[in-house]
Design a protein around this ligand. Structure first.
Ligand code: NAP
Ligand code: GLV
Length: 309
């Protein structure tokens, strides 16, 4: 079995070591420009066109992340009929739950405001917020969205969820489809975006949808930068309509030094680390799926290419 692996400078030795241990029968090679020798599987993250174009003999393409927008953007250059598989949780769920819970609690307990007071050596009590007024809306009720929901429910926050198809989730007020997006936004004091980036979800967080949030709302974006119209957020934060935002992802990454987000104190930034790929768990999941594919059985994690996730 031959596997081509795309090196993007992240933990290469760890990946090769884990693949060698978990799939000892496989010959894993790092793909390089000009390599068009046969391969059974490809393991990639935002692959260059030349790596996959014409490779219709592949049995599957594995994403090294939960999102596959960086693969599907190859469009017609993706070999037709080859399944694309994404990571399902693989150690990312708990990290997402930690990240979003931290951001929500920071706003709910007003730690962002206390931090500013501390800088001025100012000892002042701020009135506590009421939990029942602090409803959290989660855009995307998939593997990671549901993990976030479960973590927030632990603290007793009212939770709303929005997905493409109607869902029933215990204790969650569920909304579905574009026609229910406005009602979802109006009902959410904090909105968390954990959607896949597709043609339908690109730019979904714009002045119209964000303007539907209650006055003084918060945004947490842990999905993709292109979900957000950045200038619209900036204007809404500067007008006070949105009280704060925590952003892990950006239209351009790394975020350029001159970007106004760096200088807006009500916007908190992290460099796309909300949920990082865990090498051990990811290799175990990929290896298990290769074994299933080799037996000709149906496998989990196959992306619906037309739908985009
Ligand atoms: P998933 O299991 O595929 O869940 C996707 C959810 O989004 C589903 O509930 C789906 O609705 C919903 N959805 C998709 N298109 C929609 C639309 N047009 N309207 C409404 N809802 C829509 O994906 P996941 O594993 O939770 O991952 C989600 C995303 O998180 C990834 O694609 C990636 O971009 C991002 N991510 C970011 C990081 C980071 O570090 N920042 C790390 C990992 C992942 P249905 O349930 O109805 O299908
Ligand atoms: C990270 O952003 C992922 O999609 O796994």
């Amino acid at each position: 079995m031959n596997i081509i692996f795309q090196d993007n400078g992240n933990h290469l030795d760890e990946w090769l070591q884990a693949l060698k241990q978990t799939l000892p029968q496989a010959k894993v090679r790092i793909w390089q420009e000009g390599d068009d020798a046969p391969a059974d599987y490809a393991i990639v993250w935002k692959p260059p066109v030349a790596m996959l174009r014409g490779r219709s003999a592949l049995k599957a393409i594995f994403s090294r992340g939960a999102g596959v927008d960086g693969i599907l953007q190859l469009g017609a250059d993706l070999p037709a009929g080859v399944p694309v598989l994404r990571l399902s949780d693989a150690g990312m769920g708990v990290q997402m739950a930690e990240y979003v819970t931290h951001a929500v609690l920071r706003y709910f307990r007003r730690f962002d405001e206390y931090q500013l007071l501390e800088r001025d050596a100012c000892w002042r009590f701020l009135p506590p917020r009421q939990r029942e007024d602090f409803s959290i809306g989660v855009l995307g009720l998939g593997v990671l969205g549901q993990r976030i929901v479960a973590a927030l429910q632990h603290f007793g926050f009212p939770v709303n969820g929005w997905s493409r198809t109607q869902k029933t989730v215990d204790g969650v007020t569920c909304y579905a489809g574009r026609e229910q997006l406005a009602a979802f936004m109006q009902a959410s004091k904090v909105v968390v975006c954990i959607l896949p980036l597709t043609a339908d979800t690109q730019g979904i967080l714009d002045r119209v949808s964000l303007g539907q949030l209650p006055q003084g709302a918060y945004l947490i974006n842990v999905a993709r930068g292109a979900h957000l119209v950045e200038d619209d957020l900036l204007a809404l934060v500067q007008s006070g309509q949105i009280a704060g935002a925590t952003l892990d992802v950006f239209a351009q990454e790394p975020l350029p030094r001159q970007h106004p987000f760096w200088r807006e104190p009500r916007i908190t930034l992290t460099p796309h680390i909300a949920a990082m790929t865990m090498v051990g768990e990811s290799v175990a999941q990929i290896a298990q799926r290769i074994q299933v594919l080799e037996q000709g059985l149906p496998v989990d994690g196959v992306v619906d290419i037309k739908r985009g996730y």
